[in-house]
Design a binder for this molecule. Sequence first.
Ligand code: SF4
Length: 248
Amino acid sequence: MDRGDYILLKILRYDATEPTVEPHFESYRVRIIPGLTILTILLRIRDEIDGTLAFRSSCRSAVCGSCAMVINGKIDLSCRVQAASFGTNTIILEPLPNLRVIKDLVVDMTPFWNMYEKVKPFLIRKSPGPDKELPQSDEERKRIDQYANCILCACCYGACPVLARNPDYVGPAALAKLERFVLDSRDDRPASFIENVNDDRGVWGCDMILRCIDACPKDVRPPDSIVGLRKQLLKLRIKKLFRKKGQE
Ligand code: SF4
């Protein structure tokens, strides 16, 4: 794509406060230069062409995770996708799937946050920590590295085929976060805490279709956490069985 090229951005428009107006695509013709991201173009459209266009954004650096959407059929952060990367002059933007649309590209993240809250995504300590810090070795840190990279963008949540049919499923991001704290050397939650996800709404709900891996912009692999949690649950079950036998 050369300096001075134009692209046609087709954006799915919808306003939940005007439910009589069906979702529909609106097109915007925008001049672009190499290096321009989808988010920069959206900001320009909102500032110069159509102030009613709704989308979320903040850091513009793939850190805050707020600008996730479907870009030409693929879920990604709009701030890290260059318009020229598609080799086509038409780009279609749609809101993140599996979440209710509030307006245009803005979805209601409440179910995502509710699931996240369920796994208690913070350090649980038996006793108050030391005054300064709780150090970790390199090895201990490596165990949680990939999960600590999660920016809570919900790309995996939007890509998950299980959530598409079962909104009660806790979802890939929450399970990855749970494993992040279970593996954390500083966390003291009891081993039995993971029983909270020991059903079809938790770790056993995942079909291992692995779309969450493709969708994640931070190379987190939620299925690794699901496999890890399943193994720990099986170990717990075996321990319980032996304990029971010992009592007989
Ligand atoms: Fe986003 Fe990846 Fe975290 Fe899912 S696991 S919320 S895709 S960063």
